[in-house]
Design a protein around this ligand. Structure first.
Ligand SMILES: O=C(CO)[C@H](O)[C@H](O)COP(=O)(O)O
Ligand SMILES: [Fe+2]
Length: 216
């Protein structure tokens, strides 16, 4: 089953509650929340208090994408703030700290996930795969919404689908960045089952029709 996770980075922040409450009627499955620290990526977005506030009104699970340096410092706080899925970047810390952070996420009863930037090889995920409930393949350089989809990431997505099926079949495989109706089909064909869409979802004249097309 294909799931769609609208990224609220492209929502109207003045009307965030309205935009989040409207997601189930459009057929969305998760609320994707992009957390950026101005260090791991050159942008600053949402932090712990805002995730906690969103979690009080969110009608769908929060899929929290941490684009921050040394995320182990903050995983307990983001779990307690109401994350359902908490994603760390493999590039953001040592292997030892990343393994420890994934364990701590699961100890909090939250689903643990790892993300890879476009130039990070599929092999970088392997040490973490047994501890992951979701793998996120970035299909743009992290930092900003509205960028163009990088087709060069598709062989990596395809490889990760094979390894997930062999080693951890319950794990989900998500893509994030530049997803529209056309690129969604390419991602599905290469094994993704969760599709993040920010600008394409929030710009759609008919979000429900957009979600249907992305899942079709
Ligand atoms: O993680 C992200 C950026 O780092 C966002 O989730 C992503 O860019 C979604 O936006 P769009 O669909 O507009 O590309
Ligand atoms: Fe994201």
């Amino acid at each position: 089953m294909i799931k769609v996770a609208p990224s609220i980075l492209s929502a109207d922040f003045v009307n965030l509650e309205r935009d989040i409450r409207s997601l189930p009627a459009a057929g969305a499955d998760y609320v994707h929340v992009d957390v950026m620290d101005g260090m791991f990526v050159p942008n600053i977005t949402i932090g712990i208090p805002v995730v906690a506030a969103i979690s009080r009104i969110a009608p769908l699970p929060l899929d929290v994408h941490l684009m921050i340096e040394r995320p182990i410092r903050y995983v307990d706080a983001f779990c307690k703030a109401g994350s359902s899925i908490l994603t760390l970047h493999v590039e953001a810390d040592t292997q030892e700290n990343t393994l420890e952070a994934l364990r701590r996420i699961r100890e909090n009863g939250v689903r643990a996930a790892i993300s890879v930037k476009p130039n990070t090889p599929a092999e970088a995920v392997l040490p973490f795969l047994p501890l992951c409930d979701l793998i996120l393949v970035m299909t743009v350089e992290p930092g900003f919404g509205g960028q163009s989809f990088l087709h060069s990431t598709m062989p990596k997505l395809h490889q990760l689908r094979q390894w997930i099926d062999e080693q951890n079949p319950a794990c989900e495989l998500e893509v994030d960045g530049g997803v529209n109706v056309e690129t969604a089909k390419i991602c599905r064909d290469n094994g993704a089952n969760v599709l993040v869409a920010g600008s394409a979802y929030f710009k759609a004249a008919d979000p429900a029709a957009f979600v249907r097309a992305v899942k079709a």
